[in-house]
Design a protein around this ligand. Structure first.
Ligand code: SF4
Length: 369
């Protein structure tokens, strides 16, 4: 569907967290499942996305991560010990296994082996950029957390390294929330690995105890305005539960594809009109939250506004309006031209329209234009 000889765009945890934030959108589920590059697609549709990190921010983030992981991850392991496992023996020289392998499948298998060996060995182990696989709506997604630490008791911790600052021990709540949602995806993927390593119902298998994936992750950020690392433990149980539920609800990609016209294709080589037709053939559920989560947001917002859909004004408003799904329906109901007067939403709209008319000293029929 993404076109001949076009390599698939890999799903990352950020994309999965966003996918889970809008589980009802078949368009996004299908395009992500088919490995379509949505940023390029948005450009080809004439509505380029405003996503992306500046080259400077990218380089600064990489330099900070390298600093955090320097000397075999000594500082990183110290932070994990201090914030999450102070009762364990302090890390002296943690193991850092080589996770090199060919292709994402090879790296995933290599990571699982390293986790198994580290769990059995005891002691501290740092897995630098491991590769994890998660089944998403019938398609495998390969995920690469910044690090996973294996504790001496065999439990595993996800580590997220971000370049936004932590001031006086706290960081921007919105950014911490996004990092927590992303980490929750990694935790779910790690739990799949743990389930394979452990025996039935989490019992020991081949002498290796079923590992525990910790639900408190370590968020590492620059301290104040310096380049020194500091860290905070973040409880992601809520994000994990929400993400798991949302991912389970995602419609399977095959089912969405089966409902499309024969030969539907999203190749960027197609003329813009054909590409638009193909994209519009897949149902979407636009909401303002898409603006911060999906590359196609400007395209979908334009379509949603053109259709007068009330969801373009927000999900909470949509929920309050019940059966009234378009702005035209809402105005007609408010003006008494349509709608059941016993419907609480219709009654509330008419009352609001009357109050507004009284306040403005206009006739009721002139309101809400
Ligand atoms: S922007 Fe469009 S494709 Fe993306 S999640 Fe929103 S509605 Fe779906």
């Amino acid at each position: 569907m993404r076109g001949p000889a076009v390599p698939p765009k890999a799903l990352d945890a950020r994309a999965l967290a966003a996918l889970a934030a809008n589980p009802g959108c078949e368009r996004r589920a299908l395009l992500d499942g088919a490995g379509v590059d949505k940023a390029k697609l948005a450009g080809a549709l004439g509505s380029p996305s405003a996503f992306g990190q500046s080259q400077f921010a990218f380089m600064r983030g990489n330099a900070f991560e390298a600093r955090v992981k320097a000397d075999g991850g000594a500082e990183l392991l110290r932070l994990v010990h201090e914030k999450l496992d102070p009762g364990a023996e302090p890390p002296t020289a943690g193991a850092v296994p080589d996770l090199t392998a060919v292709g994402p499948e090879g790296r995933t298998a290599r990571t699982a082996l390293a986790l198994r060996e580290a769990t059995a060995a005891g002691g501290w182990t740092l897995l630098d950029h491991p590769m994890l696989a998660l089944d998403v709506a019938g398609s495998p997604a390969f995920l690469e957390p910044d690090a996973v630490v294996v504790h001496p008791d065999g439990s595993w911790t996800v580590v997220e390294i971000k370049s936004f600052p932590m001031l006086d021990g706290s960081a921007d709540p919105a950014k911490v929330g996004a990092a927590a949602r992303q980490s929750a995806v990694y935790v779910l993927a790690l739990e799949e690995v743990a389930a394979h390593l452990g025996g039935p119902e989490g019992r020991a298998q081949d002498g290796v105890p079923a590992p525990e994936v910790r639900h408190r992750v370590l968020l590492v950020c620059p301290k104040d305005f310096s380049n020194l690392p500091t860290a905070s433990a973040v409880d992601i149980r809520k994000q994990r539960a929400v993400t798991r539920r949302q991912l389970a609800r995602l419609t399977r990609v095959e089912d969405i594809a089966a409902a499309l016209p024969e030969g539907t294709c999203f190749s960027l080589d197609l003329p813009a009109a054909d590409l638009t037709t193909a994209v519009e053939s897949v149902p979407a559920t636009y909401a303002p939250e898409c603006l911060s989560a999906c590359e196609l947001a400007f395209h979908c917002r334009d379509r949603s506004r053109a259709q007068g859909a009330v969801t373009s004004l927000g999900r909470s408003l949509r929920a309050e309006l019940g059966d009234l799904t378009t702005v035209t329906d809402v105005l007609a109901a408010a003006h008494g031209q349509a709608g059941d007067p016993d419907d609480p939403a219709v009654a509330a709209l008419r009352r609001a329209a009357t109050l507004r008319a009284e306040a403005l000293g206009t006739r009721e029929g002139d309101v809400c234009r």
